[in-house]
Ligand binder design. Structure first.
Ligand SMILES: [Zn+2]
Length: 166
């Protein structure tokens, strides 16, 4: 009787531990994808005026003025509003437009797009999927493999340099 009981308790214990482990993993994943919602006033307090103008008011920096259009270091470009990892330097290319250009985001779910009909044009606006911050536009004239050109404002990005040489 005693001999039978010990293994059953043991398996219950393993089952519980596994359950907790999976639940914590799931919670972490959920947190990563959680939307960041702030009022306009809150964003105004956190962001510098030029960054606020781009991210929250859908502004566009002048071509060839941003800090990243000619930036060639290896690393990850993150959202200046919320730190969401958006583009890897390996997907960056020189489009000659004066804005940092990428042919794909790090993952499809990092960004969202929307039709933009301002300035008598129909363009596709790109924003951060986590905080909704305006990043730039995407055009169908990029290089392979995607044929897309994500034309992004430097001001909407921060850069995290890759430290190892992988
Ligand atoms: Zn963001």
């Amino acid at each position: 009787m005693f001999k039978v009981k010990i293994p059953s308790v043991f398996f219950h214990f393993i089952f519980l531990i596994t359950g907790f482990f999976l639940a914590s993993l799931f919670a972490k994943e959920k947190k990563m994808n959680q939307k960041i919602i702030k009022t306009d006033e809150e964003w105004k307090q956190i962001l510098s005026p030029p960054v606020y103008q781009i991210l929250r008011k859908k502004g566009t920096e002048r071509a060839f003025t941003g800090k990243y259009y000619n930036h060639k270091e290896k690393g990850v470009y993150i959202c200046a509003g919320c730190g969401n990892e958006l583009f890897h330097s390996s997907a960056k290319f020189d489009s000659g437009t004066g804005w940092p250009s990428f042919y794909q985001p790090i993952a499809e779910d990092r960004i969202e797009t929307e039709t933009d009909r301002s300035f008598f044009m129909i363009r596709t606006e790109v924003h951060c999927a986590r905080c909704g911050g305006h990043l730039g536009h995407v055009f169908p004239d990029g290089p392979l493999p995607t044929g897309l050109r994500y034309c992004i404002n430097s001001l909407s990005l921060d850069f995290r340099k890759e430290t190892n040489d992988k």
